[in-house]
Design a protein around this ligand. Structure first.
Ligand code: IPE
Ligand code: IPE
Ligand code: MG
Length: 247
């Protein structure tokens, strides 16, 4: 099944270079089974493994996963701490395997708000996977699109005030270079699971011309086959970037 889908992807043209995913639906997955919410988050780790392997198999170069938003800090403290513990567990359990697979992990977001133990765990996964060349994995943690844009605006304003930058030199490239995603191309494909049709403050600048794919599957049930279906859906799109179709 997975290999048939991969064959179809290979015959269908360009694979998205950069895929971003809003991993949603863990709580509903748990509730449907009468389990506490953290069990849904834990189960979601398997799907993270699935999509990483699926991206490597399909030839996706960059995968950006929304793991924890700036708004998620407002969840009940026990859920926040369960999510932070899970991140620590992920870093411990997956580091060696990610390294073996050639996955280079980057962690992006307002990490000052993350507790020191989780910060250290995150640092070990970043350091332990440096140099991986099969896939770049961005884990977005304590990330919010508006906060990211504000940070950039402040940084550019600081440079102008300090006389390091002329106002008229601020263009899209200069602005984009100050974002967390500085050296990366914008996502080609955004997937959101659990059927929700909203961005929830994810990559507001970067998603300007990204193709959107909403899957009704809850994140813990999401497999590489679902990823491949999303890639096939992407390959059927015509990206016009505001222009007209080729005649
Ligand atoms: C996504 O699942 C994980 C995070 C936001 C951290 P949710 O926890 O949002 O699950 P639902 O949306 O309540 O089902
Ligand atoms: C978005 O999901 C954040 C992550 C997946 C990390 P949420 O579940 O927090 O978003 P809303 O509240 O449904 O918009
Ligand atoms: Mg949710």
């Amino acid at each position: 099944m997975a290999s048939e889908l991969l064959d179809r992807i290979r015959l269908s043209g360009d694979v998205p270079e950069h895929v971003a995913i809003i991993m949603d639906g863990n709580g509903r997955w748990a509730r449907a089974r009468g389990l506490p919410r953290h069990r849904g988050h834990r189960e979601g780790m398997k799907s993270v493994r699935e999509v990483i392997e699926g991206c490597v198999e399909a030839g996706v170069r960059i995968l950006t996963l929304f793991a924890f938003s700036t708004e998620n800090w407002q969840r009940p403290p026990q859920e926040v701490s369960a999510l932070m513990s899970l991140l620590q567990l992920y870093a411990r359990k997956e580091r060696a395997e990610l390294r073996r697979q050639g996955v280079e992990v980057h962690v992006l977001g307002e990490l000052d708000r993350v507790d020191p133990t989780t910060r250290r765990a995150v640092d070990t996964i970043v350091e332990g996977t440096r140099g991986g060349s099969e896939l770049r994995l961005n884990l977005m943690i304590s990330y919010g699109g508006r906060e990211e844009i504000l940070r950039s605006a402040r940084e550019l304003a600081r440079c102008v005030v300090a006389g390091e930058l002329a106002l008229e030199d601020i263009d899209e490239d200069v602005f984009a270079a100050t974002l967390f995603t500085a050296e990366l191309p914008d996502p080609d494909l955004l997937i959101r699971t659990s059927g929700e049709h909203r961005l929830s403050n994810f990559l507001l600048w970067q998603l300007a011309y990204t193709e959107l794919h909403v899957s009704s599957v809850l994140w813990p049930d999401f497999t590489r086959e679902h990823l491949f279906e999303a890639v096939l859906d992407y390959q059927r799109r015509e990206r016009r970037f505001g222009r007209v179709s080729a005649p």
